[in-house]
Ligand binder design. Structure first.
Ligand code: MG
Length: 413
């Protein structure tokens, strides 16, 4: 029996995939064999909320990893629906893959929400894969870095003046090196609320909000910036009152005093106050940010790079904002994998301001989640020069947060 070149290579001691992988890692990019996607797999984690991790596998052994959050509940079947259009594709054509997955879903919800977030997880994994395949860090593929270190702010729940530990915890956060903090002042259980459904804040509620902001402002030193989140719960009248009452505290921003759906009301609040207004964590794609920017409804935008459409989409949104001289401060609630993915974008974007960090209450899981250990040093992340994102999951640690009875990167799932 005659052996063809292909069957010889496939039966060689290391097999064709291993040989291809060796060529991939040792040759110049222009001489490498084309990669092909062979599988997409998922794992579900409860870190800060629910996260879906996605891995894209290739015929040459290279694997890319991505992570999505928030609007990804129910996202597993959507990722599974991407298998058919993805398998066999060259994973380096990220824009083409992204556009195809988006446009085939226009009747399946590809304008926002779960569909876009599932697409985001895959897109992020493709960037990690591309970096590994080409031997470069992802920031290099996004235009190169304009900064070596990415400034991080700590989201903290230590803003209650009656909490005996709050001051100590705020001092600890400052001692960790953070130069910015964020607190949440919306409170469903506020005893001054007169109605369980309507979110017009009473005088008592507004006084409570002002006291909490004053407490944090007086506890940490003036050089630490303070952002305040209202989670888009309140109405326009309340948003205006709170923004004006908080003017003396010179906030870094007041976040989503009203829901994101009516841009005109957000603009009304912005025009009524000196307090900078920030919004965007629940908007999707460039299209979601266009009106926000065109109507000058915010001072700062905060897309969530783990749900808004992906890393390149995030870069495009940041670039749109840059034409309005608007800073980019991404929302971020994910594991060190997702934070590092976001950092590669933040390192490449000129108008980047600060990136969120939300795992202070899960510090041990945070520190163990990737093999590289703690990635935040004195309130900054130094973007690694390793290929891809430069961090790899520590599976033993990550599985401690696995959603019970869910698959863990199983074939075909
Ligand atoms: Mg928020």
């Amino acid at each position: 029996m005659r052996h063809s070149r292909r069957s010889f290579l496939a039966s060689a001691p290391f097999g064709l995939p291993a040989l291809s992988a060796a060529i991939q890692s040792q040759s110049s990019p222009s001489r490498r064999p084309k990669l092909k996607i062979t599988d997409i797999r998922t794992a579900q984690i409860r870190g800060h909320g629910y996260q879906l991790h996605v891995r894209v596998y290739t015929d040459q052994g290279l694997i890319g990893q991505g992570e999505a959050t928030d609007s990804i509940l129910g996202g597993v079947p959507i990722v599974q629906s991407f298998r058919r259009p993805l398998i066999g594709q060259d994973p380096l054509n990220i824009e083409a893959i992204w556009e195809r997955l988006r446009t085939i879903g226009i009747f399946a919800g590809a304008q926002s929400g779960q569909y876009v977030t599932a697409l985001t997880a895959v897109e992020i994994a493709l960037w990690d894969l591309a970096g590994k395949a080409l031997g470069v860090p992802v920031y290099q593929l996004l235009g190169g870095k304009v900064r070596d270190r990415v400034r991080i702010y700590c989201d903290s729940a230590n803003h209650h003046p009656d909490d005996p530990l709050a001051k100590q915890k705020l001092h600890e956060i400052e001692a960790m090196g953070f130069t910015a903090l964020k607190i949440d002042i919306d409170e469903a259980a506020d005893p001054s609320r007169f109605d369980r459904v309507n979110w017009t804040a009473s005088n008592g509620e507004i006084d409570r909000m002002v006291k909490e902001v004053a407490f944090v402002r007086e506890t940490v030193s003036k050089k630490v910036d303070l952002a305040v989140d209202m989670h888009g719960r309140y109405d326009g009248a309340t948003g205006k009152r709170v923004a004006i009452e908080l003017e003396p505290f010179k906030l870094l921003w007041l976040e989503e005093p009203v829901p994101a759906e009516n841009i005109d009301v957000m603009r009304d609040i912005r025009q009524s106050t000196k307090t900078p207004i920030c919004a965007g964590e629940n908007l999707f794609l460039r299209h979601g940010f266009r009106e926000l920017l065109e109507k000058r409804a915010v001072d700062i935008i905060m897309p969530d790079l783990q749900k808004c459409g992906g890393l390149l989409e995030g870069r495009k949104i940041a670039d749109m904002a840059h034409t309005y001289y608007t800073p980019f401060a991404p929302h971020c609630v994910v594991s060190p994998l997702g934070v590092m993915a976001s950092c590669h974008v933040c390192a490449a974007v000129p108008n980047f301001l600060v990136l969120e960090w939300h795992w202070i209450s899960r510090l041990q899981l945070w520190k163990d989640f990737v093999k590289e250990g703690e990635i935040i040093e004195k309130g900054f992340v130094t973007v690694p020069d390793r290929p891809g994102f430069g961090v790899e999951m520590n599976e033993e640690a990550a599985r401690k947060a696995q959603v019970p009875n869910t698959p863990w990167f199983q074939e075909g799932v």
